[in-house]
Design a protein around this ligand. Structure first.
Ligand code: NAD
Ligand code: IPM
Ligand code: MN
Length: 358
């Protein structure tokens, strides 16, 4: 069979714990559907700083570049929090996104019926919530020039936010295309009442919107969007926004689903290649305890199958298995109403693996 090369960069904290379960899921789909994967592991993040002196070693990047897809856990932790910029795990994460040209970050938040009770919001508010945040991933304030300088009142820090028309246009077009395959609604989120980059963003959206007359477009200011996400989450379909707004809004959207441990993501460029990772971080507060929710990472595998490989049967089987296990009442601590009945990472992974069938 056609063997797909998967670069695995598990990273720090709960990264390796949740990635291990995702790999078991991938192996099960080899048995059930006959797909074939070859896994190659690379050091990444804090552990790479410790062992190689850099968060994104050359050979790790090389493994990713020759792979068909990348499976990433998470990076970061208190151990490296006071390091200079080049020796921070997060710098490696931004570096890999940029080096692989992954400008589009797709973060779906759909509410499993049986998890409505797990959310901090009222179940009736969540009814029918199924949205995708499309986050621009290689521009904006994350990648603008940063520096310190001596100002009139002492030391100053500067972060610059830059977007060009090409960067805005390619992500917005992708979001329009995604909206077309769904409920055909696009919310473009910006801060055009204040920011110049946002005014360019909005102008660009309005210029290309006539190419998608079948999609209903609304512009929402980011502060209002943060509020509307809690007030009327089910009215959103696709949300497209710049890098930092998308980072913040997607963590907020996670709470609609009950936990950040449920939110998967795909990072894409122009082609089929993609990097797949949970939206959550390395969760140092629970790392090493075997209690992290592996579902975000497992659902990221389903995204990989759909978006990079076109393995729709196996993607559906994974999503069905997750739903079946949740419907049966199994919960990790983050989504459990009765925490005393919570199960661990490997138990959850095993239940999902066992529920995967044709
Ligand atoms: P976090 O997402 O790691 O954790 C936030 C909270 O959610 C914590 O209480 C954590 O226990 C909980 N949580 C997260 N994932 C969970 C899971 N799968 N199951 C159960 N509970 C889960 O965010 P943070 O605490 O702000 O950041 C911790 C570190 O992770 C930082 O170093 C940060 O830079 C890094 N980070 C990395 C990524 C990434 O690698 N993509 C993303 C976000 C944060
Ligand atoms: C994410 C994370 C990263 C980001 C950090 C760790 C650099 O929060 O993937 O959402 O802000 O993009
Ligand atoms: Mn984030």
């Amino acid at each position: 069979a056609d063997v797909k090369k998967i670069a695995v960069i598990a990273g720090d904290g709960i990264g390796p714990e949740v990635v291990a379960e995702a790999i078991k899921v991938m192996k099960k789909t080899e048995d059930v559907f006959g797909y074939r994967f070859e896994f190659e592991h690379g050091l990444f993040g804090g552990i790479a700083i410790d062992e190689k002196g850099t968060p994104l070693p050359e050979d790790t990047l090389a493994i990713c570049k020759k792979a068909d897809a990348v499976l990433l856990g998470a990076v970061g932790g208190p151990k490296w929090d006071n390091n200079p910029k080049e020796l921070r795990p997060e710098t490696g994460l931004l570096g890999i996104r940029k080096a692989l040209g992954l400008f589009s970050n797709i973060r779906p938040a759909n509410v499993f019926d049986c998890l409505k009770e797990a959310s901090t919001l009222k179940p009736e508010v969540l009814e029918g919530t199924d949205l995708i945040v499309v986050r621009e991933l290689t521009g904006g304030i994350y990648f603008g020039e940063k520096f310190r300088r001596e100002g009139a009142n002492g030391e100053e820090a500067v972060d610059t936010c830059v977007y060009n028309v090409t960067e805005v246009e390619r992500i917005v077009r992708q979001a329009f295309e995604i909206a077309r395959t769904r409920r055909k609604k696009l919310a473009s989120v910006d801060k055009a009442n204040v920011l110049e980059t946002s005014r360019l963003w909005r102008e660009t959206v309005n210029r290309i919107a006539p190419d998608y007359p079948d999609v209903e477009l609304e512009h929402v200011l980011v502060d209002n969007c943060a509020m509307q996400l809690l007030r009327r989450p089910s009215s959103f379909d696709v949300i497209v926004t710049e890098n930092m707004f998308g980072d913040i809004l997607s963590d907020e959207a996670a709470m609609l689903t009950g936990s950040i441990g449920m939110l998967s993501s795909a990072s894409l460029g122009e082609g089929a290649f993609g990097l797949y990772e949970p939206v959550h971080g390395s969760a140092p507060d629970i790392a090493g305890q075997g209690i992290a929710n592996p579902i975000a990472t497992i659902l990221s595998v389903a995204l990989m199958y759909r978006l990079t490989f076109g393995y729709h049967d196996a993607a559906e089987a994974i999503e069905r298995a997750v739903k079946e296990v949740l419907d049966a009442g199994h919960r990790t601590g983050d989504i459990a109403v009765d925490k005393s009945k919570a199960i661990g990472t490997t138990a959850m992974g095993e239940l999902i693996v066992n529920a995967i069938r044709k």
